[in-house]
Design a protein around this ligand. Structure first.
Ligand code: ADP
Ligand code: MG
Length: 703
């Protein structure tokens, strides 16, 4: 590929695109001719038919044909020209604010015009402001064949500049000699009835006369589907490539000391479940090779992921390597810290804690202990991966509740290790909010283990859906529950409002509940409290000094207090189902029956009822995630929680969802039979720099 392919040429090669337009195009992510070709119309103008004036309504954009009746030249005090045209059915005003003398002369009464523009209601009936117009002579066709594309713009860029540029780009890149390469194997195209790349792009940029605007707007054309499919495929391949690349790096080998592990397990008050054991052996197998593990452990809330992480950590530590465990919230990180300190108490491992709130002397001694290797295990928030944090011998990185971090963060973390001659193993854990169909765009860079079994003796949580009018009943139930020495969570949700409002709501609720329940010890925890205060409240709750914990959604992940078996969630209709399932996972952790009351604000919409109904019927995180996907669509499910979500150019997770099922098969075929197409596909769609990709590709596919 010594010669630059036409599609890689900069847009400035086109007539009419100077440095100024190029800068504007850059704002739309367009630098090359290829980028330009993948900038698809957002809709099409239909000039294939004319509308009788009588059929026009405000808001329509239409082509109209008529005879100029009169023109109202500008007078003092008025700054617009009005021209009235008529057809057999009625009269329409054309209004111009900018005009030239020639223009006025051209619009003489009797002239036939075709005008295109948006109809609005003016002072004297319907009008078109600044229509595009043409004068017609005898025999002229008012209509055009084909639909006119309307492209997404950015400030300073006009439709006509963009249309002209794209037209040139099509000619340059799709001519017979220099064709934009179609990287999708013919077998895949044929299987799904997709057109080739050139045809697909031509269809979408300059639709043939046989296509209607309606058909194009439906988003179901094979031309469009093909591009969306290719885009999904490219993202999937990018993750696979990243994984294969990472696997070529060197990683420490954990030799695993059996006696340490046996002693550790003997100290536990319970036995590992079969699923935990299986996942642990998968992790051990990964870490006994000199290449890095990239493993995702999926397991429903309460399935015991933390312990799996602890045993993986033990294996690293007993092999002489450091371990970092990252949790998404301070609350969860603190809880892990406490658990790990207890679990590792009879080993010689020093366990440390680090978050953004740890400052001053404590922070500097912590950083020193990590840098000189005297601390084996550190637990914390994302503050763990700031530049100032250095490890002596990091062998394993554990990320808990991965769904809170997103793909980009995970990849960024991985990149951080890549300057060393050895990189740490990676273990990420999640409670599966992402349904299987979407996993390939989220997790294809990871090997997956599933903990598909809960510890024995767990009773499913009984969930009820209750309108807030019955609050008094709910409060009576709390009273009764606390009298039996059991504990309660009350969760306040205000997800769309500011964190401050959410915290205030929790504060108010705590005051209100204290009045209603004078004999009950109430604690309050929310995101705006100091870490040490939060921690004190959580400890009091854990030790049973506090009966009722009023909280915001900060307790969503990880918090583990088995004696708390009743949870009230206020305004559950505001949250996603997977998030509710996570919250509910705080109860049902002991061996006694547990309950979750969803206290909704009535009236509740039909979908709202359906959604809460799903939660009442199921305790299975997989089922709930799938149903949530059906009801809300994938964009919401991923978008709601993923900060580093993938930005698609053309594909739309809701519209093109059915394509996801095809992606994996096609990717397999490509990896087996056409590996040379992986790099250009990934480059085309993910915009990765060619150099990075070259390097990635080289390490993976060179012998
Ligand atoms: P999650 O998978 O949601 O992170 P946790 O790791 O917090 O779950 O575990 C939930 C609870 O189950 C904890 O109290 C933990 O100590 C307990 N647990 C973990 N493994 C077992 C087991 N094999 N038998 C009994 N209890 C267990
Ligand atoms: Mg957990």
């Amino acid at each position: 590929m010594s010669r630059q392919e036409p599609q890689q040429l900069p847009v400035t090669r086109l007539t009419g695109i100077g440095s100024q337009s190029a800068a504007r195009l850059q704002k739309l992510g367009i630098q090359t001719l290829q980028d330009l070709l993948f900038h698809l119309p957002q809709r099409y103008q239909d000039r294939t038919r004319t509308y009788p004036i009588a059929s026009l309504t405000p808001g329509m954009t239409a082509l109209v044909c008529g005879r100029v009746e009169y023109i109202d030249t500008p007078q003092r005090g008025r700054n617009s020209v009005i021209c009235r045209i008529s057809d057999a059915s009625g009269l329409l005003s054309l209004r111009f604010f900018h005009f030239s003398i020639q223009q006025i002369q051209q619009l003489r009464p009797g002239t036939q015009l075709s005008c295109f523009g948006e109809i609005r209601m003016g002072f004297n009936g319907l009008e078109m402001v600044h229509p595009e117009y043409r004068t017609l002579h005898a025999g002229d066709e008012p209509t055009e064949t084909g639909l006119t594309p309307v492209y997404p713009l950015t400030e300073g860029l006009t439709q006509s500049t963009l249309r002209k540029a794209i037209k040139q780009a099509l000619e340059l890149c799709l001519s017979n000699t220099d064709t934009l390469t179609d990287w999708l194997p013919a077998a895949v195209r044929q299987q799904y009835g997709y057109p080739d790349l050139a045809e697909a792009l031509l269809t979408l940029h300059s639709p043939p006369p046989t296509l209607s605007a309606e058909r194009l707007a439906q988003g179901e054309l094979p031309a469009l589907k093909r591009l969306a499919f290719e885009e999904f495929l490219a993202h999937h391949l990018a993750l696979l490539l990243g994984k294969q690349h990472y696997k070529t790096w060197q990683a420490p080998v954990f030799i695993g000391d059996i006696s340490t592990k046996t002693r550790f397990l003997a100290e536990l008050p319970f036995q590992l479940t079969g699923a935990q054991q299986r996942v642990i052996s998968e992790i051990e197998a990964d870490c006994s090779t000199p290449h890095p593990m990239l493993r995702l452990v999926q397991g429903d809330v309460g399935s015991g992921k933390t312990l799996v992480a602890a045993i993986a950590a033990l294996s690293a530590l007993s092999s002489g390597f450091q371990v970092a465990l990252m949790a998404p919230t301070e609350l969860l990180a603190e809880q892990h810290f406490r658990n790990f300190k207890r679990w590792f108490a009879h080993t010689d491992t020093q366990v440390l804690y680090l978050s953004g709130q740890i400052k001053g002397k404590v922070r500097s001694t912590t950083l020193e202990a990590l840098a000189d290797g005297s601390a084996g295990l550190v637990i914390g928030t994302h503050a763990l991966f700031q530049d100032s944090v250095n490890f002596q011998n990091l062998g394993l990185v554990i990320i808990d509740e991965q769904h809170r971090f997103g793909v980009q963060q995970r990849l960024a973390l991985r990149a951080k290790g890549q300057n060393a001659d050895r990189v740490p193993h990676q273990l990420v854990m999640t409670a599966t909010p992402i349904p299987r169909t979407l996993a390939m765009l989220q997790y294809s860079d990871l090997d997956i283990s599933v903990i598909d079994e809960l510890p024995p003796g767990r009773k499913p949580v009984t969930t009820s859906v209750i309108p807030s009018e019955r609050r008094a009943e709910v409060i009576a139930r709390i009273d009764h529950w606390v009298a039996q020495k059991r504990q309660v969570y009350w969760v306040c949700t205000l997800i769309d409002e500011s964190e401050q409002l959410q915290c205030e709501a929790a504060e108010n609720t705590a005051v209100y509940l204290q009045q209603a329940l004078p004999g009950v010890h109430i604690g309050l925890v929310h995101g705006r409290m100091k870490a040490s205060d939060k921690d004190a409240v959580m400890q009091a709750f854990k030790q049973g000094d506090c009966d009722l914990l009023v909280a915001t959604t900060v307790i969503e992940v990880g918090v583990d207090v088995p004696n708390a078996g009743l949870m009230i969630i206020e305004n559950p209709e505001r949250l996603g189902l997977s998030q509710l399932h996570q919250l509910r996972g705080r109860v049902g952790r002991g061996s006694l029956a547990s309950y979750c009351l969803l206290l909704y604000q009535s009236p509740l919409s039909e979908t709202g009822k359906q959604r809460l109904g799903i939660l009442r019927e199921s305790n299975d995180g997989f089922v709930i995630a799938e149903k949530d996907l059906e009801l809300r669509g994938p964009g919401e499910v991923i978008g709601n929680r993923q900060t580093g979500q993938i930005q698609f150019k053309i594909a739309d997770l809701s519209r093109d969802r059915e394509l996801l099922d095809r992606v994996q098969t096609a990717a397999q075929l490509i990896c087996r039979q056409h590996p040379e197409t992986i790099k250009p596909l990934v480059q085309r769609w993910t915009g990765g720099s060619l150099q990075d990709l070259d390097e990635l590709f080289h390490t993976v596919y060179s012998p």
